[in-house]
Design a protein around this ligand. Structure first.
Ligand code: ADP
Length: 201
């Protein structure tokens, strides 16, 4: 905040190098803030008591898409939901966070110049519902497909793709805490299909 105030009120007394330094300081502070928020969310998820009850996946998804509308438009990204999504037994805000992280990643990890396309659908099988989130992104090599669910595991520098490396750890932990499962199927250069599974309501 003080960095921003310096830039706004004292810019005329700083040369370009001085202004650039302040921009770097505020940028670093913002990244640290995001990291702290992500870690807090992860820690909270590890300890919180989650009361599980019926949650409509369709309602979670449409609320998330409304929330993301502007940022999706900015990236010219398309998110298509195929068919109605059923109710599952879960925890509303944890599920919202999980879905938000999967969509954000699907839209983010595309090759330069590629318009992000994410498709979401559900499959019912013997008492379980699987939600799939498939993208047209860069894909993930088999040897990394488990590691990326751990805290701070990232496959790229933050200059190429920004992020904290906590998103998928929240997905895995959140699904475990709700008694569900998560995973990915992917091929390098051919996109990824992340999935989560919860008991049918
Ligand atoms: P972040 O998005 O902050 O980097 P995540 O925990 O969400 O952290 O993801 C960890 C890593 O897994 C990412 O840095 C990226 O390398 C890889 N990854 C996640 N989602 C995708 C995706 N949809 N396509 C390709 N790689 C992905």
């Amino acid at each position: 905040g003080f960095g921003q105030a310096l830039l706004e009120d004292y810019a005329d007394r700083l040369d370009t190098t001085g202004q650039e330094y302040i921009q770097r300081i505020t940028g670093a502070a913002q990244r640290m803030d995001t990291l702290t928020q992500d870690l807090l969310a992860y820690c909270h998820l590890s300890r919180a008591d989650l009361a599980l009850k019926p949650v409509s996946l369709g309602a979670v998804m449409s609320a998330e898409l409304t929330y993301l509308k502007d940022s999706l438009q900015e990236k010219q990204a398309q998110v298509v939901v195929d068919g109605p999504l059923p109710e599952v037994i879960g925890h509303h805000s944890t599920l919202t966070q999980v879905v938000a992280n999967l969509i954000a990643n699907g839209v983010k990890f595309v090759a330069p110049g590629v318009r992000p396309e994410v498709r979401v659908w559900s499959v019912k099988r013997a008492g379980w519902v699987r939600l799939c989130v498939e993208d047209n992104g860069i894909g993930i090599a088999p040897e990394y497909q488990d590691r990326i669910f751990r805290v701070f595991e990232r496959l790229h520098g933050s200059e190429t793709y920004p992020g904290t490396g906590v998103g998928l750890a929240i997905v895995r932990k959140g699904m475990e805490r709700m008694g569900g499962r998560s995973g990915v199927e992917s091929e390098v250069g051919k996109g990824s299909r992340f999935w989560i599974e919860l008991p049918k309501a």
